[in-house]
Design a protein around this ligand. Structure first.
Ligand code: TEU
Ligand code: CA
Length: 557
């Protein structure tokens, strides 16, 4: 395996609780996933990123870990995990674990001890501060609404949680905390897992003095992200992680970095950085911020294509030859891309799913496919609050509508329907039988009703399906150094309908053209003189005529 094998890899992300239930309790589990490995292999993926499977009270669906060395009961046993890993390796599939070490669950033993007093061995494992004038130490708001501080009467102090109160932030300045994390990483790496996706890893170094954050007029709290992302000691901690752990294993690492810029990312993924292999950045999925800064991500504004192109091109150009991109449209935190960036009406759902896949998979970086994306899955189009399960959505509704009265209920329900993470967490759509073949029990979360039309059974043997189109895209990348290593050249940045770019490598050029609209347009990029057309989402080719959501790739030798 080449040293940088992850540059040629495609990663498939599995949200285990929604993937395949094997014991009919309505919750996906590890034996169920093990049964489905051949499907993932057939798609052509090389690596599986598993969302957290550790013991957890599930306040944030596993991103609140209470025991890093044991498997969540609902997902199975450690023996089930060992079987999954062995079966994956036997089928030449690698497994990335989700490393959530910016915070633990408040039910973790470390926190249970830390909260008792100021002078026990765990007192400084978390970030505790005295009240200021009887209130929270600063104006920080949580990502999940409310204050980022909760008072603990036993200590007479507040503790910091950038996310829910059940997710207290670890104190990374404490070398004992870092040693505990190196140890739990070795536990999993010694079991031969193939690497980690690292949850909000760029938030672990907090700014000295924990100063107030910028607060929009009328907003209840300060916006913490610009202040806590890419903090002062982040490179030091990542280099220590590398020296202590990662450099001793042949593994792949991807850091989730909300708020990070290309310049920051190069310091972590730079070819000589010895920190991480790549990052998940958020600039292309945080576009069209609401006109009202108090609402953050909550909006239903259509994304301007020129802004989307600018964000993606920025990262392609900045990291070219200096670092490495991860490439994604979807994950368990994002709404379904077909609904957000494409067109999920029956006439265009399939076409735009293939167009989005083409646009992303021909870029420089490692592509990630989120479960169901390969089928062209869409948002659910929720209409009422009781359909939501995710605390981020429910807390945002309560804060924005009921507490702060920033917007009215109909508007927030529209925004939730467009942006809620719940859109991505509906059970996997395997076939058109009851519960889509996900479970014979009552699913933990309602399915997207369109599973009767959009499902794996209907697509796996259909050469024209989104599934088989993704298989072709993945096969193309596996076969082409030009796609993996080629430099990036954007064409017509101001074009508001078409995203066109080129890739160049050793005298060959790839031309990628995607029409992001339901209009037929004309664009001439000299495609008439191409050596061959490699892939396209229409059966024929009308040259400079681009039909609705038409996407195609040409090779110039
Ligand atoms: O998400 C990090 C993060 O920034 C989230 O707030 C995300 O950007 C937001 O939900 C997008 O709308 C990671 C995990 O991926 C997420 O599932 C966890 O809830 C969060 O960290 C806390 O661990
Ligand atoms: Ca189950």
């Amino acid at each position: 395996m080449s040293k940088q094998w992850w540059k040629n890899a495609i990663v498939y992300q599995v949200y285990p609780r929604s993937y395949q239930d094997s014991n009919n309790d309505g919750i996906g589990d590890l034996p169920g996933l093990t049964q489905r490995l051949p499907y993932i292999k057939k798609l052509g993926a090389d690596v599986i990123w598993l969302n957290p499977i550790y013991k957890s009270p599930d306040k944030d669906n596993g991103y609140d870990i209470s025991d890093y060395r044991n498997i969540q009961d609902a997902y199975g046993t450690m023996a089930d995990f060992d079987k999954l890993l062995a079966s994956a390796h036997h089928q030449d599939l690698k497994i990335l674990m989700d490393l959530v070490v910016n915070h633990t669950s408040d039910q973790h033993d470390w926190f249970q001890q830390s909260r008792q007093s100021k002078d026990n061995p765990y007192s400084d494992y978390y970030i505790w501060r005295d009240p200021v004038d009887g209130h929270e130490p600063n104006n920080w708001g949580s990502y999940f609404s409310g204050s980022a501080w909760t008072f603990e009467p036993k200590r007479g102090q507040y503790y910091l949680h950038l996310f829910a109160p059940g997710q207290p932030d670890l104190n990374w300045e404490n070398p004992k905390v870092r040693q505990e994390i190196w140890s739990l990483m070795r536990f999993w790496l010694d079991k031969r897992v193939d690497g980690f996706r690292m949850d909000v890893i760029n938030l672990i170094s907090k700014p000295a003095g924990l100063p107030d954050a910028p607060q929009a007029p009328g907003a209840p709290y300060g916006n913490v992200e610009p202040l806590v992302s890419d903090g002062p000691k982040l490179n030091d901690y990542l280099r220590e992680m590398n020296d202590e752990v990662l450099s001793h294993y042949d593994v792949m690492t991807v850091g989730e970095m909300p708020g990070s810029t290309p310049e920051d990312a190069i310091t972590y993924t730079g070819l000589e950085a010895n920190e991480l292999n790549m990052v998940f950045q958020f600039q292309h999925v945080s576009l069209s911020p609401n006109a009202d800064p108090r609402l953050g991500k909550w909006n239903d504004a259509p994304v301007k294509l020129t802004e989307l192109k600018s964000a993606l091109s920025r990262w392609q150009k900045a990291l070219d030859g200096k670092g490495w991109n991860s490439l994604y449209w979807n994950n368990h935190d994002q709404p379904r891309a077909v609904s957000r960036f494409g067109n999920d009406t029956p006439a265009y759902q399939e076409l735009s799913a293939k167009m989005l896949g083409t646009t992303l998979h021909m870029l420089q970086g490692t592509p990630y496919v989120y479960e169901g994306e390969e089928l062209g899955e869409t948002n659910v189009h929720y209409t009422s609050l009781d359909q939501y399960e995710d605390l981020e959505s429910l807390n945002a509704y309560r804060q924005n509508v009921e507490e702060e009265k920033i917007i009215d209920q109909p508007t927030m329900l529209k925004y939730l329907s467009h942006m809620s993470r719940d859109n991505a967490r509906t059970p996997m759509q395997w076939d058109d039988s009851k519960n889509a073949g996900f479970s014979k029990g009552q699913p933990w979360f309602a399915l997207n009703p369109n599973y009767t039309k959009i499902n794996a059974a209907a697509e796996v043997d259909d050469d024209q399906s989104v599934f088989n189109y993704y298989r072709q895209l993945i096969a193309l990348r596996h076969s082409s150094d030009l796609i993996v290593h080629g430099t990036y050249e954007e064409l017509d940045a101001d074009d508001e309908q078409v995203f066109a770019y080129k890739r160049h490598y050793q005298g060959q050029t790839l031309l990628v053209i995607s029409n992001f609209t339901d209009q037929t347009v004309t664009r001439d990029y000299d495609q008439a003189n191409a050596s061959e057309k490699l892939i396209g989402n229409y059966a024929d080719d009308q040259g400079t005529t681009l039909r609705p959501y038409e996407s195609k790739v040409y090779l110039f030798k």
